[in-house]
Design a protein around this ligand. Structure first.
Ligand SMILES: [Zn+2]
Length: 155
């Protein structure tokens, strides 16, 4: 068994345990230098938090374990096809690679696919079903928000 398969089996085992806890069948591990540094399972059922996905919680735990925002050189192994939110989080954190065991196609018959969200997000804002507006409000008499941030961070 390859190390990829081994880490995916660990993610699947976490997902299986989560089913027993009443949760969704999703687990994930974050690996650096061949070692699991963080784990996560889908906790939406317990927290009513729509962002409590296995990969996202594993990434949060990894950041805490390493004491950094950056997960450069880390790999994520997930039981299921990462959703756009989790994939974007991996990109933002600098994750090097991701592998998953169950695809969106595998999940489709069970209502566990995020393919429709991927398809929506690939469209321009104006063509998406959610109303997305750019309204460039700049309160009068105040310094520009981003300029204020730059001024602070330049100190
Ligand atoms: Zn997700």
């Amino acid at each position: 068994m390859s190390s990829t398969e081994r880490f995916l089996c660990e993610a699947i085992a976490l997902a299986r345990d989560n089913i027993r806890e009443g949760g969704r069948p999703f687990g994930a591990v974050v690996v650096r230098d061949g070692e699991v540094i963080a784990r996560g399972v889908n906790e939406m059922h317990r927290t009513n938090d729509p962002t409590a996905h296995a990969e996202l919680l594993a990434i949060r735990a990894a950041g805490q374990a390493l004491g950094t925002l950056r997960l450069d050189g880390c790999a994520v192994y997930a039981s299921g096809n990462p959703c756009p939110m989790c994939l974007a989080t991996m990109r933002i954190a600098g994750v090097r690679e991701v592998a998953y065991a169950y695809s969106n196609q595998d999940g489709e018959p069970y209502g566990l696919s995020t393919a429709a969200i991927y398809a929506e997000l690939a469209k321009p804002f104006s063509e998406q079903s959610m109303k997305i507006d750019y309204v460039p409000v700049r309160p009068e008499g105040e310094a520009d928000l981003y300029e204020a941030w730059r001024a602070t961070s330049a100190k």
